[in-house]
Design a protein around this ligand. Structure first.
Ligand code: CMC
Length: 426
C-alpha cells in the first residue's frame, strides 16, 4: 500500500517523487522502481537497505528478536506444532485442519522413495566427497527424473514438485551419509514420522533395526522447524533469483543448496564444531576471542552474529533449551560442550561482542545437538538444507503464483572506459 511519498533531491535536478510502501508490520519501504526513468540506479551491495520482493510468508524483527511464520511465532511452532504441520503452514498460508494434516502427511509419505536409478548417481562421487557437494549434484539431478512435474506455469506441477522435494530430501540426505560410510542405503519407512524416519535411514542398517529414541526424534523435529524458513536470506534469494529465469524447481533448490553451503550462512553449524576443535581446550579461549576481535586476523567466532538479529536470535533460545534436554537425556559429558558453553559465556560478557550485538545464533547450538545425536559434522549443513527446502520451495511457489520479473541487478561500473586494442602488440 502506498500512502506517502518520499522526495529524492539530486543536486541541480527536479525532485523525484517515490512512493513509500507499508507492509502489515515492519519498516516502510521506498519504492525506487521508477528511478530507472531518471537514468539512475540505487547502490546497495549486500542488500543492506533493499527489499528484493514482497512476501507473505515470514516476518523477522531483528531488533526485537521476533520470527513469525505466516504470523505465528517460531517459539509457539517449536512447542506446539511439528515439522510437517509447519511445512503445510509455510506452503499454504494457514494451519491445516485435522483432515488436511492427515492428507498432507499421507501425500508426503507417498513420495519418500527416490527413483531406483538415482542411486547410481552416488557411485560417481568419491567416498570422501563432502555431503553438500553430493547434495548439490543429486538434488539438481532430480529434474532429470521427474519430468512430469516440471511445467512451472502449471500450479499442480508446482505443488507436486514441492511435495516431492519435502518428501525426498531426508531420503537423499541419508543416502549421502550412507554412501560416505560405505553402508547400504536404507529405504524410508512410512510407519514412522518425518524425523523418526530420517534417523532410521541415517542410523539403522539392514542387519540391525534399532528403535528410534523419541527424545532424539523430537529434538530432530525441532531442528527442522527452527530451520524451515528465514525470509530473504542468501539461499532463499538465490532460489528466487534462479526461479525468476524460469528454471525448474529442482535446479532452483540445487542453487539454494549451493548458496547455503558457505560458512557465513548454513555452513556455520559445521564451522562451529571445526572452530571448537581448533580452540581445543578452555585455556585457549582467551587467545581465540582476541583473534576474533583483531581486525587484521580473518578469524571470526563462528555461530555468533547475524545480519538481521541485532538483539538475540529467537531460534537460538529454543535451540539452547533443546540442547539442554538432549544432553541431559543422553547423559553426555563432552569436554567440547563445556568448551562451547565457556566460550558463549565469555563472548556474551565481552564489550566487543556486546557493543556489536553479536549473540550466539541458531547454528551455535544446533551443531552441538547434532553432534550429541551422533550426526557427523560434515552432515550438519545437509540437515539445514533438508529443513530449509520447504522455505525455499514456499518462496519459489509464492513468486511464481503472482506477477514477477526476472531478477537482474545493475551495477556501479568502476572499470576502464572504452579503449582500443593496440594495432601492434609485438
Ligand atoms: N566474530 C567476530 N566479529 C564479528 C563476528 C564474529 N562472528 N560477526 C561480526 N563481527 C564483527 C565484524 O567484524 C564487524 O566489526 P566492525 O564493525 O568493527 O567492522 C561487526 O561485527 C559487524 O559485522 P558484519 O560482518 O558487518 O555483519 P554482517 O551482518 O555483514 O554479517 C554474519 C553477519 C552472520 C555473516 C557475521 O556475523 C558472521 O560471519 N558470523 C559468523 C558466521 C555465522 O555464525 N553465520 C551463521 C548465521 S545464522 C544462520 C543463517 O541464518 O544462515
Amino acid at each position: 500500500m502506498a500512502d506517502k511519498k518520499a522526495q529524492l533531491i539530486i543536486e541541480g535536478n527536479a525532485p523525484v517523487e517515490l512512493p513509500v510502501l507499508t507492509g502489515t508490520v515492519g519498516p516502510e519501504v521506498i519504492d525506487v522502481r521508477s528511478l530507472t526513468a531518471t537514468g539512475r540506479f540505487t547502490f546497495d551491495p549486500g542488500f543492506m537497505s533493499t527489499a528484493s520482493c514482497e512476501s507473505k510468508i515470514t516476518y523477522i524483527d531483528g531488533d526485537k528478536g521476533i520470527l513469525l511464520h505466516r504470523g505465528y511465532p517460531i517459539e509457539q511452532l517449536a512447542e506446539k506444532s511439528d515439522y510437517l504441520e509447519t511445512c503445510y503452514l509455510l506452503l499454504n498460508g494457514e494451519l491445516p485442519s485435522k483432515e488436511e494434516k492427515a492428507q498432507f502427511v499421507s501425500t508426503i509419505k507417498n513420495h519418500t522413495m527416490v527413483h531406483e536409478q538415482l542411486k547410481t548417481f552416488f557411485n560417481g562421487f568419491r567416498r570422501d566427497a563432502h555431503p553438500m557437494a553430493i547434495m548439490c549434484g543429486v538434488v539438481g539431478a532430480l529434474s532429470a527424473f521427474y519430468h512430469d512435474s516440471l511445467d512451472i506455469k502449471n500450479p499442480q506441477h508446482r505443488e507436486v514438485s514441492a511435495m516431492r522435494l519435502v518428501a525426498k530430501m531426508p531420503t537423499i540426505a541419508a543416502m549421502t551419509y550412507k554412501y560416505s560410510m560405505g553402508q547400504p542405503m536404507m529405504y524410508p519407512r512410512n510407519d514412522l514420522n518425518y524425523a523418526e524416519n530420517f534417523l532410521h535411514m541415517m542410523f539403522n542398517t539392514p542387519c540391525e533395526i534399532k528403535p528410534i529414541s523419541p527424545v532424539l526424534a523430537k529434538a530432530m523435529d525441532k531442528i527442522f522447524i527452527l530451520h524451515a524458513d528465514h525470509e530473504q536470506n542468501a539461499s532463499t534469494s538465490t532460489v528466487r533469483l534462479a526461479g525468476s529465469s524460469g528454471a525448474n524447481p529442482f535446479a532452483c533448490i540445487a542453487a539454494g543448496i549451493a548458496a547455503l553451503w558457505g560458512p557465513a550462512h548454513g555452513g556455520a553449524n559445521e564451522a562451529v564444531l571445526t572452530m571448537l576443535d581448533e580452540i581445543g581446550s578452555v585455556e585457549n579461549i582467551d587467545k581465540y576471542v582476541a583473534k576474533a576481535k583483531d581486525k587484521d586476523d580473518p578469524f571470526k567466532l563462528m555461530g555468533f552474529g547475524h545480519r538481521v538479529y541485532k538483539n538475540f536470535d529467537p531460534r537460538a533460545k529454543v535451540m539452547k533449551q533443546t540442547c539442554d534436554e538432549v544432553l541431559a537425556e543422553l547423559g553426555i559429558n563432552d569436554p567440547q560442550l563445556e568448551l562451547a558453553m565457556k566460550l558463549e559465556e565469555i563472548a556474551r560478557n565481552d564489550p566487543y561482542f556486546k557493543e556489536r550485538n553479536l549473540y550466539p545464533n541458531v547454528d551455535f547450538y544446533s551443531g552441538i545437538i547434532l553432534k550429541a545425536i551422533g550426526i557427523p559434522t560434515s552432515m550438519f549443513t545437509v540437515i539445514f538444507a533438508l529443513a530449509r527446502t520447504v522455505g525455499w520451495i514456499s518462496h519459489w511457489k509464492e513468486m511464481l503464483s503472482g506477477p514477477y520479473k526476472i531478477g537482474r541487478p545493475r551495477q556501479l561500473y568502476t572499470g576502464y572506459e572504452q579503449r582500443d586494442l593496440p594495432d601492434d602488440r609485438g
